[in-house]
Design a protein. Structure first.
Length: 201
């Protein structure tokens, strides 16, 4: 199976037949994969009209909406999993969005690039410019990311929101996911991206 490394790990974590909300689902690649491989009851929320159209053309149940505003309208505990795959840095209110995801779902899966990765640090140190890496491939003026963070930043936010990290994996381009303890300082250097399975304490 080709494709994104975080998709492989999400597929492994999601239980068959679950109710899944994919927030920022793009053209529906992950939803389609989960539906075919795990038989999930999938729904999607996507901000772009083009993404919604592509999802509907694939027969996926997706509505147009903005995670910063529209998650508030979903009922509590309506899903088993809410997925935010490489989307959290692009929302305006990450803290609010994360809290809402764990209001409407029993568990949340979040993947995000790690701005504390050693390659990012070296780029900043030696070039003095915003880094370009496999996890952060766009120049600063073209990226959709507005809230970059490190693993340490994200785990601090989870602590502040009283969220439990049930599992965490480091992701790197072309390599399988590697289970990690995100509280270990070395992982803030080593992980290019990370994926978290979260629940309420």
């Amino acid at each position: 199976m080709g494709g994104r490394e975080d998709f492989h790990e999400i597929l492994r974590l999601v239980r068959p037949g679950s109710r899944v909300l994919d927030v920022g689902c793009g053209e529906g690649d992950l939803l389609d994969l989960l539906t075919r491989e795990k038989g999930v009851e999938g729904r999607g929320l996507e901000i772009s009209a083009e993404g919604v159209s592509a999802c509907l053309a694939r027969g996926l149940a997706v509505v147009q909406g903005d995670a910063d505003r529209d998650l508030d309208y979903f009922p509590a505990q309506a899903f088993d999993y809410a997925v935010l795959s490489q989307t959290l840095p692009q929302v305006r209110q990450p803290r609010h969005v994360l809290g809402e995801l764990l209001r409407i779902a029993r568990r949340t899966i979040v993947s995000l690039p790690n701005f504390g990765h050693w390659r990012v640090r070296l780029d900043l140190l030696f070039s003095g410019r915003m880094p370009l890496t496999p996890a952060l491939p766009d120049p600063w003026w073209a990226t959709g990311n507005i809230h970059l963070c490190t693993l340490r930043d994200f785990t601090a936010l989870c602590d502040d929101l009283a969220l439990k990290v049930e599992a965490c994996a480091a992701l790197a381009s072309g390599k399988p996911a590697r289970p990690i303890d995100p509280a270990r300082p070395i992982e803030n250097w080593r992980a290019e991206s990370a994926l978290f399975l979260l629940s309420r304490e």
